[in-house]
Design a protein around this ligand. Structure first.
Ligand SMILES: Cc1ncc(COP(=O)(O)O)c(C=O)c1O
Length: 489
């Protein structure tokens, strides 16, 4: 957004593209078209994506951009004016006047785990973005006597982690371009445990936290439970929209910003180098704390990605990662990299929580370290192959599903041409396939038209899954359960 000053008022000009991004999947909302548009714009204003002073696009250019009639835009803007959210002046357009709350107040659940806790098993589960038990996991076989040599105390309690594993993780980060000592590493219960500790240490109820929208749903549930006020920044394939990210930090009340720059979950995209610099510039300018989630970072198909944010700004970024996506989620072993004083603080919290991770799981990770590069290469090969198989099978079975570009990780992010994703998820379950949808990782309704389909199972199972998904899709379409017909105004 550009800024100019008219008298006392700082006017922000939002481009058509930025405005459209802030609206999300507005066509999937209920009601006549103008009302859906007004609702979506009202939500974006409430979330602070279109702050007071924002000059909205002209009626003509927005009508072109959204491919609706000019009358629809006129009615939507009139509705926003009636609700006191914008002011309309002849010659100076439509300007946001409401202050904006900037946040979501929803309780955000990691829906992917609903079935792991209480649902019946599903024949083909494509809902979990993690490698399944295979020869790599079977070979982990840790020597339990090795834990003492690795520095475990004889009583087994070591809240900061197994010393040799802390050292090994530090060495790997150093080799990755992030000089790190063992004193800067805390071993955690997976990346989820890392997020939990960081949120417990830095976020109080009511604090603002900036996240991408969508983002990793497990982080959203933790943040939601902490009582944080979440500022969700819409993203494109290059990362969070930089102008909106900066604006969110401008308010000056952000406890932390959490980003998943490489192999983002759920979209599978990797933040561009330029976007990384833009994000870091905003973080520096507003003296904010940035948390970088590197859980999927080794899983880029090409094996290359722009420098980690923590490599670009090692003193400003707390990084976290995990062995779950390169070895196995069942190990429940991850890590945090921060300055030594923060590590000690987080270690105290960990002591209060559960006194640290199991030594035997850590010993299994430690034993894998010497061949980890080899294992990662094998995981990437597997992921790329299965990605190609599922993508091809979906292209054949469901050509009108819009599969987004995927640069790594274990899942496809798919835009459905018509139906509400929740209906497709339910129909897929009837055909024995579990997928995630209905807004997974979203802070609002902007991704209700997307599903996430993971490709970690065997290739022939993926092919069978695609054909079952086609049958599920046909069922949804035949049932007339698609989004209501767009009402012309
Ligand atoms: C971005 C991201 N962060 C954290 C996690 C949690 O990982 P873990 O199994 O290590 O707790 C995941 C798992 O899917 C993830 O994708």
């Amino acid at each position: 957004m550009d800024q100019s000053h008219q008298g006392q008022l700082a006017v922000q000009f939002v481009t058509d593209t930025e405005f459209t991004a802030a609206l999300g999947a507005w066509t999937h909302r209920p009601g006549p078209r103008y009302a859906r548009l007004a609702e979506a714009a009202g939500d974006a204003i409430a979330q602070g994506l279109l702050p007071a002073g924002t000059r909205l696009p002209t009626e003509r250019s927005l009508a072109q951009q959204l491919q609706v009639s000019r009358g629809t835009i006129v009615a939507a803007y009139a509705e926003l004016a009636d609700r006191g959210l914008v002011a309309r002046r002849q010659g100076s357009g439509t300007t946001v006047t409401a202050p904006g709350r900037r946040t979501t107040g929803r309780h955000l659940r990691n829906q992917g785990f609903d079935r792991q806790i209480s649902g019946p098993p599903v024949p083909i589960d494509l809902s979990m973005a993690a490698p399944v038990y295979d020869a790599i996991v079977a070979d982990l076989g840790a020597d339990t006597t090795a834990v003492l040599a690795a520095g475990a105390p004889v009583h087994g309690y070591a809240p900061l982690g197994l010393p040799a594993l802390r050292e090994g993780i530090a060495d790997r980060l150093t080799a990755r371009g992030v000089p790190t000592t063992a004193a800067q590493i805390l071993v955690t219960a997976g990346a989820q445990g890392a997020l939990q500790l960081i949120i417990a240490a830095f976020v109080r109820a009511g604090d603002h936290v900036v996240v991408e929208n969508p983002t990793y749903p497990g982080a959203l549930e933790l943040l939601s439970r902490s009582g944080a006020a979440l500022d969700g920044i819409p993203r494109d394939h290059a990362g969070p929209r930089p102008g909106l990210f900066r604006r969110a930090l401008e308010a000056g009340d952000t406890a932390l910003a959490l980003l998943v720059p490489t192999c983002h979950n759920p979209t599978g995209t990797t933040m561009s180098e330029q976007r990384r610099h833009e994000v870091l510039a905003a973080v520096r300018d507003h003296d904010a704390l940035l948390v970088e989630d590197l859980t999927m970072a080794d899983m880029s198909f090409s094996g290359v990605a722009p420098a980690d944010l923590v490599a670009l700004a090692p003193d400003r970024v707390i990084a976290l990662g995990s062995f779950s996506k390169i070895l196995w989620g069942g190990l429940r072993t991850g890590w945090i990299r921060a300055d030594p004083a923060t590590i000690l603080r987080l270690g105290r919290l960990r002591t209060a929580q559960d006194m640290g991770s199991g030594q035997l799981d850590q010993a299994a990770c430690l034993a894998a370290l010497p061949r980890l590069d080899e294992i990662i290469a094998a995981r990437r090969r597997m992921a790329r192959e299965r990605h190609d198989v599922l993508r091809q099978a979906l292209a054949e079975q469901l050509p009108d599903w819009e599969v987004q570009r995927c640069e790594g990780g274990y899942s496809l992010w798919i835009r459905l041409p018509r139906a509400n994703a929740a209906q497709v998820v339910a129909a897929a379950l009837q055909h024995g396939v579990a997928i995630a949808g209905g807004g997974i990782g979203g802070l609002d309704d902007s991704n209700l038209d997307h599903v996430r389909v993971c490709f970690t199972l065997e290739p022939d199972v993926l092919v069978e899954a695609a054909s079952r998904l086609r049958r599920a899709w046909e069922q949804v379409c035949a049932g007339g359960e698609t989004a209501p017909a767009l009402a012309a105004i």
